[in-house]
Write a protein that binds this ligand. Structure first.
Ligand code: IMP
Ligand code: MG
Length: 174
């Protein structure tokens, strides 16, 4: 296995999750929102987040295919598993692991908006500094991250490392 360099400890991640949860609780206390987690990478973050938010809410999942390596210009995603919840008129929070180019979250946002939610906001654990500089609209962000392939806390490299409680950069990648 490739060497890992820890960039965010579990304590820092949990602290930030609690801070985001405070914001979400204030914003959605009366809304009974639907938190839509993006599989698979968002599953740990979503699970921690909903337990900290502590208000009535519902949970659903969406799974989308990632486009192939080096074909980011195509701009297409395929929905492999869609939400089952009726989103029309609901307040939706899309929860994802990492916004890299921003393409996935842009396409999923369009897909979810087509269901006619009352509102839609994005909560991402991580986002590339480059995507943020280009104006990616992420209402609730855990941490900006520089270049480098990130793993742990639900995020994988070739399906490995999702179980790690801390967040690492894979040395010798990206
Ligand atoms: P985007 O469409 O370029 O923003 O890519 C977003 C998706 O690619 C994320 O939801 C991840 O599934 C995956 N991804 C992007 N960067 C990384 C990384 O550093 N580690 C693991 N997965 C990543
Ligand atoms: Mg993802």
């Amino acid at each position: 296995m490739a060497p890992l360099r820890r960039i965010l400890s579990r304590a820092r991640v949990q602290q930030r999750v609690r801070e985001l949860a405070v914001q979400l609780r204030a914003d959605y206390a009366e809304e009974r929102p639907v938190f839509v987690g993006c599989l698979k990478g968002g599953f740990v973050f979503l699970a921690d987040l909903v337990r900290q938010v502590g208000i009535p809410l519902q949970v659903d999942f969406i799974m989308v295919s990632s486009y192939g390596m080096g074909t980011t210009s195509k701009g297409e995603i395929t929905v492999l598993k869609d939400v089952n919840t009726e989103l029309a008129g609901r307040h939706v929070v899309f929860v994802d692991d990492i916004v890299d180019s921003g393409l996935t979250f842009q396409r999923v946002r369009e897909h979810l908006l087509s269901r006619g939610p009352a509102s839609l906001r994005v909560c991402a654990l991580l986002a590339r500094e480059t995507a943020l500089a280009e104006g990616a609209a992420i209402e609730y962000l855990g941490f900006p991250v520089p270049e480098g392939f990130v793993v742990g806390y639900g995020i994988d490299y070739a399906e490995d490392y999702r179980q790690l409680p801390d967040i690492y950069v894979l040395e010798g990648e990206g």
